[in-house]
Design a binder for this molecule. Structure first.
Ligand SMILES: Cc1cc2nc3c(=O)[nH]c(=O)nc-3n(C[C@H](O)[C@H](O)[C@H](O)COP(=O)(O)O)c2cc1C
Length: 193
């Protein structure tokens, strides 16, 4: 498949087949995909926590999903993530460490999509409670959680509507739509000589 088609399909996923749980080997593979990504100074400061089973169920209520969908309380029982990956960075990180973290998160989201798994990058979570649940060492902080599972949600990219709203939305069939700006709106200059 053309990479543009692949990355267009690899949207944030917030509903999963909870009856088909991911396994530890799946998370190991996702971390293998992340560990070979670019890293500033090749310092490779990120660390990971794999979360499955009972701890996954305990972590879920500490995470916040799709705050822009006011009428939706997050994934219901039966459609919740079956795994989380915690992405950890050192306390007082270098600014470039946040960039490394983003590169890893997107790489994992793409890798997950290549296997039919969905991924939601989550920054909005109860950090103190999550760190305590996951026994995060005192020299690290939990920067992102990635909610993962076999994807069950239909998601589509659409053009930004005339109103200019960038809010994602769902239709009557619960298809999830994500407006993306047009290329020409993004390119502020072209030097072609
Ligand atoms: C750094 C970052 C933090 C995010 N945090 C959350 C979050 O806490 N909860 C959530 O439901 N989605 C979260 N998302 C997903 C965004 O809402 C999503 O990327 C956006 O709606 C665009 O949809 P798309 O990923 O399908 O393009 C986050 C995404 C990024 C990149």
């Amino acid at each position: 498949m053309d990479f543009l088609s692949f990355v267009t399909q690899a949207r944030t996923c917030r509903r999963f087949h909870e009856e088909k749980p991911l396994e530890s080997a799946d998370l190991d593979w996702l971390i293998d995909c992340a560990r070979v990504t670019p890293s500033a100074r090749n310092a490779q400061q990120l660390r990971f926590i794999e979360v499955l089973g009972k701890t996954c169920k305990e972590l879920f209520p500490l995470t916040h999903w799709a705050m822009a969908l006011k009428d939706w309380g997050g994934p219901a029982e039966g459609e919740r993530p079956t795994a989380f990956l915690g992405l950890l960075i050192p306390k007082n990180p270098a600014p470039t460490t946040y960039i490394d973290c983003g590169i890893c998160a997107q790489t994992i989201q793409l890798a997950a999509h290549s296997r039919g798994y969905g991924c939601c990058i989550i920054k909005s979570f109860e950090q103190n409670q999550a760190q305590s649940l996951l026994q995060v060492p005192s020299d690290l902080q939990l920067e992102l959680l990635l909610g993962l599972g076999v994807a069950s949600e239909e998601r589509k990219v659409v053009d930004v509507p005339e109103s200019g709203s960038l809010n994602y939305f769902r239709d009557a069939n619960n298809v999830h739509y994500v407006p993306k700006r047009a290329r020409e709106e993004l390119i502020i200059a072209r030097f072609v000589d």
